[in-house]
Design a protein around this ligand. Structure first.
Ligand SMILES: [Zn+2]
Length: 161
């Protein structure tokens, strides 16, 4: 078995560490370094809901920058990366047009995720097909056996005459 099968590179949205995860398990994968979820949205990163008002977005961002600002975390590379990430998230979510475009991409991602999940039962279908195939094979073999026996019986009857 190839362990790397289905694995993809996912860059952590918080600290930008490169992680290799199974794309099917992305919704429960966390970053190997900072332990934040790899599928975090900009909303998750700012700790707000999807319908947060512009005021809330600003309030949360200012609270977070107080925590992660490079001036307060000198020499902390991780803090700097987080600061850059939340600033990027804030730039997108504080611009109504960019936020709308971002919401659209999130919706598309959700749809593909749902499609991927609904595709899973196909495996059991395959198993069912395999069982049906085996059953059909049995019927064919039994029919052939019956035909051979009828042929033998016919030959025997001819010899007796
Ligand atoms: Zn991380």
């Amino acid at each position: 078995m190839d362990n790397n099968k289905g694995q993809e590179i996912h860059v952590c949205p918080y600290c930008h560490t490169v992680n290799r995860v199974n794309s099917e398990k992305l919704h429960q994968a966390v970053c190997g370094l900072c332990k934040n979820r790899l599928d975090s949205t900009y909303y998750d990163m700012l700790g707000i809901s999807k319908n947060a008002s512009m005021q809330e977005v600003k309030r949360r961002y200012h609270a977070l920058t107080k925590m992660w600002h490079p001036d307060k975390n000198s020499g902390n590379a991780h803090a700097l990366e987080v600061f850059k990430s939340i600033t990027h998230a804030y730039r997108v979510l504080s611009d109504p047009y960019e936020r709308e475009a971002y919401d659209l991409t999130l919706k598309k991602q959700e749809i593909t995720q749902i499609e991927n999940e609904s595709r899973e039962p196909d495996n059991s279908n395959k198993e069912m097909d395999e069982k049906q195939f085996q059953l059909n094979l049995m019927i064919v073999l039994m029919t052939v056996c019956a035909l051979v026996m009828i042929f033998i019986a016919w030959v025997l009857v001819r010899q007796v005459r």
